[in-house]
Design a binder for this molecule. Structure first.
Ligand code: PGA
Length: 247
């Protein structure tokens, strides 16, 4: 995680099978090779695709996983260990994405996952947080953001130096074509910054939720924004590369 660079992270979700993931990694590498960029570009393929995708990636592209086990190696059927992510030299791991929280009961595991990663590796966690539409309508956005950060950090007493990325992704904006108003995003970033500044960690804040070629410029110059977490738009390598080029 370079200090002054913007970071653009592509969450490939479970949208691609292995063959399509390999095709996308090749076309992304080709398209990216044609442009100059100072930004850090990160891709997050699924676990099975990751080691194969790595072989195709241009050396300027960083990579990571979409999730990680909350515990060390042991009898946890179906989980993917942090050790394996270290062995493939992943640099990043997403934790607490709203789809994990919604479909796989991840809320209660976020703190353990974060603890596992920060205590046992140099991998940079990308912690995703954000309010639902109902919570926003009730004016609870900032309260929810603070609560989610507190819960996520609740098991980290022993960590005094860390690098972390916070992805502010309003749940209602993910995959919906809707985005938060830029000024509302700034309020959220400020609340996040306040919590993080109380710690001596290095951190970046990125925005996610329906970011695409038509709207990313609305966010480009926002105070405290260090980059994007992009879902849908990363499936079109040219759109994705154009966002990187002009960000
Ligand atoms: P989206 O996904 O860009 O398709 O809204 C973002 C995310 O889920 O990280």
């Amino acid at each position: 995680m370079s200090k002054n660079k913007k970071i653009i992270i592509a969450n490939w979700k479970m949208n691609l099978d292995l063959k399509s993931a390999l095709t996308l990694s090749r076309s992304l590498s080709r398209s990216l090779a044609k442009i100059k960029t100072q930004h850090q570009v990160v891709v997050l393929p699924d676990f099975l695709a990751l080691p194969e995708v790595i072989k195709n990636l241009d050396s300027r592209i960083y990579y990571g996983a979409q999730d990680v086990a909350p515990f060390p190696l042991g009898a946890y059927t179906g989980e993917v260990p942090l050790e394996s992510l270290k062995q493939v030299k992943a640099q990043f791991v997403l934790i607490g994405h709203s789809e994990r929280r919604q479909y796989f009961s991840d809320d209660s595991l976020v703190a353990d996952k974060l603890k596992n990663v920060l205590e046992n590796s140099n991998i940079v966690p990308i912690l995703a947080i954000g309010e639902t539409w109902e919570q926003r309508k009730k004016g609870e956005t900032i309260k929810i953001i603070k609560q989610q950060l507190q819960t996520a950090f609740s098991k980290l007493d022993k960590i005094d130096s860390a690098r972390i990325i916070i992805a502010y992704e309003p749940v209602w904006a993910i995959g919906s074509g809707l985005t938060v108003k830029p000024l509302e995003a700034v309020e959220a970033f400020q609340a996040i910054k306040k919590v993080l500044q109380a710690k001596s960690w290095r951190f970046k804040i990125v925005y996610g939720g329906s970011v695409n070629l038509n709207n990313y410029l609305d966010f480009k110059n926002l105070t405290d924004l260090d980059g994007f977490l992009i879902g849908g738009a990363r499936l079109k390598p040219l759109d994705f590369v154009n966002i990187i080029k002009n960000f």
